[in-house]
Ligand binder design. Structure first.
Ligand code: NAD
Ligand code: ZN
Length: 358
């Protein structure tokens, strides 16, 4: 068994909006303290998702546990397995800690493969401590095996951003050749959505702002970029999106932006029978759909919440085959507070991944 210290580094906040502390003597759960079903993971890399920032700000109707170690894009190795756990995992295996930490696997939702909506679901870095630490406890039945050969820092962003957008595309009712708008295309989720969509043959229109994000998206073959700041006011964005999608708008719009404005525009620019896939989670935001036009244009509005265990395996497989490659900047774990500041200002293109050990 690997050497497991009594204490290690974790990044913690005691209360939403309170200070973010780097705790270098955070207790590590010891192998004999693991319950059946639990696994101790030595986390090597962890992506920073905008959801972690929402959790710190207490943005959502149900607040997170407090104090909280956030993080749900953890990639590391199994170092201990609780006695009495039935699993094929072994010490040393590369595994991913995703948002959905656990679900019962036995309710109607779980049996249908809709594990995220299990009434007993637990979430990493929200209802349970997550991956912003060197040693994290998670659940054997929801850890995702990471293909050998895929670098762990590349796997990390797939575990939330990747699987979420991969699933959202599955829900978008599109076929190869269709136009899909990715709104928030330069962010963590969006830049991966562009790559998955391109990989399966969709024609991608990215909406975001700034030269950096435009350049990033062009490198992935996103056919068209619309800068939302250059087309603000009086329906200008709606007209531009319709124009670049054959004059009639896209077949689907996947909204991965963390701001609310993008939702209502999408209902206006979608073509008849178009699908709005809601992914981004801005606080206190409502989709205002005019009933007449929703019916008259036969629109679909779909909420998409992460993905199941199989979606996670499939999403990682795209990365292992080199079809999808997260654009990452690696920084030390202690930088979390500074990453949140940059993310809040929309300054992060792609994903920042934190390295948990020096
Ligand atoms: P991010 O901060 O990395 O990216 C958001 C992007 O949206 C930025 O590039 C920003 O410039 C862009 N943006 C802001 N306003 C915009 C607008 N009006 N139009 C177009 N683009 C705009 O965030 P992220 O980590 O990619 O997360 C995005 C959102 O998705 C968050 O709200 C997060 O909580 C949510 N999320 C949802 C799920 C799910 O299961 N549904 C899973 C993970 C994350
Ligand atoms: Zn996330």
């Amino acid at each position: 068994m690997s050497q497991i210290p009594e204490a290690a580094t974790a990044v913690v906040f005691d209360k939403c909006n309170g200070p973010i502390r780097v705790d270098k003597s955070h207790k590590v759960v010891q192998p004999n303290e693991l319950a059946p079903g639990e696994v101790l993971v030595r986390v090597e890399y962890t992506g920073v998702c905008h959801t972690d920032l929402h959790a710190h700000k207490g943005d959502w109707p149900v607040p997170p546990k407090q104090p909280l170690v956030g993080g749900h894009e953890g990639a590391g190795r199994v170092v201990a397995i609780g006695n009495g756990t039935t699993t094929t995992l072994k010490e040393g295996d590369a595994v991913g800690i995703k948002w959905l930490a656990d679900s019962c696997l036995n309710c109607e939702n779980c049996r249908e493969g809709q594990e995220a909506t299990c009434p007993l679901a637990e979430t990493s870095g929200y209802s349970k401590d997550g991956s912003f630490q060197q040693y994290a406890v998670s659940f054997a039945r929801h850890l995702t095996p990471i293909p050998e050969g895929l670098p762990l820092e590349i796997a990390a962003p797939i575990l939330c951003a990747g699987v979420t957008v991969y699933k959202a595309i599955k829900q978008s009712n599109t076929k190869p050749g269709d136009f899909v708008v990715i709104s928030g295309a330069g962010g963590g989720l969006g830049h991966l959505a562009v790559q998955y969509a391109t990989a399966i043959g969709l024609r991608v229109v990215g909406i975001d702002t700034g030269a950096d994000k435009k350049k990033l998206l062009a490198s992935y073959g996103a056919d068209i970029f619309v800068d939302f700041k250059e087309h603000s006011g009086d329906g200008a964005l709606i007209e531009e999106v319709k124009r670049v999608c054959g004059g009639v708008g896209p077949h689907a719009a996947i909204i991965t932006s963390a701001g609310g404005a993008a939702y209502n525009d999408a209902l206006e620019y979608l073509r008849p029978h178009g699908t709005l896939v809601a992914v981004g989670l801005p606080p206190d935001t409502y989709i205002k759909a005019n009933v007449f036009f929703t019916v008259f244009k036969a629109l679909r509005i779909v909420g998409s919440y992460v993905g199941n265990r199989q979606d996670a395996v499939e999403a990682l497989d795209f990365a292992a085959r080199g079809l999808v490659k997260p654009m990452i900047v690696v920084e030390p774990l202690a930088n979390l507070a500074s990453v949140y500041e940059r993310m809040e200002k929309g300054q992060v293109a792609g994903r920042i991944v934190l390295k948990c050990f020096d």
